[in-house]
Design a protein around this ligand. Structure first.
Ligand code: URP
Ligand code: ZN
Ligand code: ZN
Length: 475
């Protein structure tokens, strides 16, 4: 592997931007150089350094998507992207690292669950990947396994569910135990914060009234029950000893307010949102006539556009109440998958596919004046890397970091959708017809060019498993 010089671009980080050239040697970044300095490093017209012209473009660290579900078993089927199709799609979208969720359910061994995920991913990924561990059955064995995974497997974060009783659900006592355990090892608890017990009552009542369309998915998961569960998770983490808590896929203003208050108190609480909660709504998507709304059934659900959740979430991103934007990429086709819920919304597999579109959808937030260019980099790359123990190998353009680079064309334009030939393994797009400013120009994963000239040039198997450390946000 030789050297590459990305020349003439504007290097953008979480803290600023400057005209600079990026020198890559093999898999890592060798230097971020003032324009014209490359010769000092032996780069001349005659040298065998490949030059990439980035004039007029932004050079940013590759995207880090810390919430994906490739091949997740859910609702009687499997998420439709494999690690191969999902990571190729991610690369197309400027993402160079994903962190996916290995699964353990009640009665199963955590180590077996993790081994299953390694078997699915190994040799199949186009970009680097790590794992969180879902703990669906908190008991003495799984608690012991959590510590083992932190110490030995590079798995330093664990997702618990206050939703989905009978599937992944943990009660408050189990959550407290898992949090206490995480407190000892320094691990992060990730929380699906919705009151699943109350939701199940509302779902049964809705179905009994004959309310079976997809939109009832949202009406039976009210924002108040996301806010309540978020508050309960925060209080449990507090009682457990200020254990680090990361609230996933936040959609409701009520939940955001709880996180903001906890952060102001100084509690180690972080939260993410996803593009669907910033742009999509019950009225414009989920409540479409017939069964079409099934495309947008996900949990937490889309919210009403009349209740200012969108506005509050964008503000939360600006204020650092929301630290990260991930996708919660969990794709299901309409045919044979979402269709499982025809006539009963509660049987529609939950999830939206977006791994390919996060960078472009959030860049539109820059264009619209919602966030700065630097905040785009921070929420989509640097902070996820820092919170989940990938930094400074990932999430930064600096000497010694992996040469994961996205060259972004601010003058380009992106048309999103299946009709525009997206690369996710889905028979529809939740984003069909979205037109956004800016465009992925070139993507490098550990020094290898994986997307260039509108062509995927990477390879299955290039992506490596990344053992993660503890969060670098905590003292
Ligand atoms: O609808 C969603 N979010 N599906 C994936 C599973 C989860 O809860 O993250
Ligand atoms: Zn979840
Ligand atoms: Zn998820």
């Amino acid at each position: 592997m030789g050297k590459i010089l990305i020349q003439g671009g504007t290097v953008v980080s979480a803290t600023g931007r400057s005209a600079a050239d990026v020198l890559i040697d093999g898999e890592t970044i060798a230097g971020v150089l003032a324009p014209g300095q490359a010769e000092t490093f032996g780069v001349t017209a005659a040298s065998d350094v490949r030059i990439i012209d980035a004039t007029g473009k932004y050079v940013v660290p590759g995207g880090v998507d810390v919430h994906t579900h490739m091949e997740l078993p859910f609702g009687g089927t499997f998420a439709s992207d494999t690690f191969e199709t999902g990571t190729v799609a991610a690369a197309w979208g400027g993402v160079t690292t994903i962190v996916d969720f290995a699964v353990q359910r009640t009665g199963e061994s955590v180590q077996d669950g993790l081994a299953d995920w390694h078997a699915k991913a190994a040799g199949n990924c186009a970009i680097d990947y790590g794992f969180h561990q879902i703990i669906g059955g908190v008991d003495a064995d799984s608690l012991k396994a959590m510590t083992y995974l932190v110490d030995n497997e590079g798995v330093t974060s664990f997702k618990l569910f206050m939703a989905y009783p009978g599937v992944f659900y943990s009660d408050d006592g189990q959550i407290l135990r898992a949090m206490q355990n995480a407190g000892e090892s320094g691990a992060m608890i990730m929380m699906h914060a919705e009151n699943g017990i109350a939701i199940d009552v509302l779902v049964a009542q809705a179905l009994a009234r004959g309310e079976t369309d997809p939109k009832y998915h949202a009406f039976t998961r009210p924002a108040a029950l996301e806010g309540e569960a978020t508050n309960r998770a925060i209080q449990l983490a507090r009682v457990a000893g200020n254990v680090p808590l990361y609230v996933v896929h936040m959609s409701a203003s009520e939940a955001l307010a709880e996180v903001a208050e906890a952060r102001h108190r100084g509690q180690n609480v972080f939260a993410e949102t996803c593009p669907q909660y910033l742009y999509l709504s019950i009225e414009d998507q989920l409540a479409r006539p017939g069964f079409e709304g099934a495309k947008w059934v996900c949990s937490t659900p889309l919210r009403s556009k009349h209740e200012h959740h969108h506005r509050d979430l964008w503000k939360g991103l600006r204020m650092n109440e929301l630290a990260v934007v991930s996708t919660d990429h969990c794709p299901f086709c309409m045919k044979d998958q979402k269709e499982l819920g025809l006539g009963d919304f509660s049987k529609i597999p939950n999830g939206i596919g977006s791994v390919e579109h996060r960078m472009e959808l959030l860049y539109q937030g820059v264009v619209n004046g919602e966030i700065t260019l630097e905040r785009w980099v921070e929420t989509c790359s640097t902070t996820p890397a820092r919170i989940f123990g990938l930094y400074p190998t990932k999430g930064v353009t600096a000497p010694g970091a992996d040469a994961d680079v996205l060259i972004w064309d601010p003058d380009g334009h992106t048309s999103i959708g299946l009709k525009k030939k997206h690369h996710m393994n889905m028979d529809h797009s939740a984003w069909e017809g979205f037109e956004v400013d800016g465009k992925v120009d070139t993507v490098l994963s550990r020094g290898s060019i994986v997307v260039e000239d509108d062509t995927f040039t990477g390879t299955k198997g290039h992506g490596r498993y990344v053992k993660r450390g503890l969060s670098s946000y905590l003292v």
